[in-house]
Design a protein around this ligand. Structure first.
Ligand code: SF4
Ligand code: SF4
Length: 356
């Protein structure tokens, strides 16, 4: 682990000039406005970046863990198959402007993908990704990262520290960007840039901006003993009422969640009838076919599937990994067509337990 380097201030002009130079060397993926929504996309010009975005549609963890990834190619050669593994390109990529909740999202996802078991395809994509974080000063109405301590400004969460999560971190201030450097690779990204020492008023301004951003949150979740609370109420009527009356099994919630990792494997024969491509693509516990196994479906109802999603994030994950599986990004709420809100479900269960 590399100790944090001394923080410095980089003017907005100097930052633009540095990013312009980095664009020649790296693929830069940053928040870009497409039809009124922020998307992490490969940029061609610095002017495309939407610095003040609130939340992106798809989280940056899923730039690394892609919706579809080619794993291997089977080629028929004289009746036998040659297996060729396909690995990610080695060109370095910069994920720029990643908010704290999404950095924690990457760290939570990695407890599965590069924990005890190593997914070499994910690990390859991760290895080529440098991360530049950006403290969030514009939370949306569905954000509740402040309830988990995963945002809006960066702080280590549940034993996770910034050196594993990002290389550089930025906070927008009046005088420019306050830059904190966490890794040697991050330090190299700034080579040739003139950073000045932050003044006391810069540091006071950072604290004031943090407090002002915290005051903007309208959604909150009481996380005190939350995992045990949900475990005690697996038969609560809220699962039936919300799951059966409102859930459409559309899978939106899982597609946009930064920590969801379920996938399916599909083989696709090519038109030459000699080549088969093996792809991995995201799957979802909200899809009715997800739990189909040889004897039937072990989660046939929408009630059971919704309960699985919410309880996995807010309860079972704690037992599995020692942290919550939710970082409070609010995407599953925002993109649910019927407005299903896991914070409301948890609050209803807590209210009733207090009443009993
Ligand atoms: S469960 Fe919802 S709020 Fe939590 S991390 Fe996933 S998408 Fe974000
Ligand atoms: S987004 Fe909403 S409706 Fe769609 S599967 Fe998730 S909870 Fe159900």
């Amino acid at each position: 682990m590399v100790e944090p380097f001394a923080p410095g201030i980089l003017s907005k002009e100097a930052l633009d000039a540095r990013l312009d130079a980095l664009l020649k060397e790296y693929e830069i993926v940053a928040p870009v406005n497409r039809r009124g929504q922020a998307h992490f996309s490969k940029i061609i010009e610095i002017s495309e970046i939407e610095w003040g975005y609130s939340s992106s549609v798809i989280p940056p963890s899923k730039v690394i863990y892609q919706a579809e990834q080619l794993l291997m190619r089977f080629v028929n050669q004289d009746g036998s198959y040659l297996v060729v593994e396909q690995h990610p390109p080695s060109r370095q990529r910069i994920l720029l402007g990643v908010h704290p909740c999404d950095i924690h999202g990457i760290l939570v996802l990695e407890r599965t993908l590069v924990g005890r078991w190593q997914d070499s395809w994910y690990a390859g994509e991760r290895k080529r990704s440098l991360i530049i974080g950006l403290n969030c000063q514009n939370p949306g109405p569905d954000c509740f990262c402040s309830s988990f301590g995963t945002g809006p400004f960066y702080a280590p969460w549940m034993g996770q520290g910034p050196p594993e999560g990002c290389d550089l971190f930025m906070t927008e201030l009046m005088s420019g960007y306050l830059i904190e450097t966490f890794t040697e690779a991050g330090r190299r990204l700034l080579e040739g840039s003139e950073l000045t020492k932050p003044t006391d008023s810069d540091l006071v301004e950072k604290d004031e901006r943090h407090k002002k951003t915290l005051d903007q949150f309208t959604k909150h979740l009481n996380t005190d003993g939350l995992d045990a609370l949900l475990n005690r109420h697996l038969e609560h009527p809220v699962w039936e009422r919300v799951g059966e009356d409102r859930c459409l099994s559309c899978t939106n919630c899982t597609m946009v969640c930064p920590t969801c990792y379920c996938y399916d494997i599909v083989d696709r024969a090519q038109l030459d009838l000699k080549t088969i491509l093996r792809w991995r693509r995201w799957d979802s516990c909200q899809d009715q076919h997800f739990a189909e196994v040889h004897f039937g479906n072990f989660r046939p109802s929408r009630k059971a599937r919704l309960r699985q999603f919410v309880c996995h994030k807010l309860s079972y994950w704690m037992e599995q990994y020692g942290c919550y599986g939710c970082v409070g990004c609010g995407r599953c709420i925002h993109w649910c067509p019927t407005g299903i809100d896991l914070t409301e479900i948890a609050a209803e269960i807590r209210r009733e337990e207090i009443r009993l």
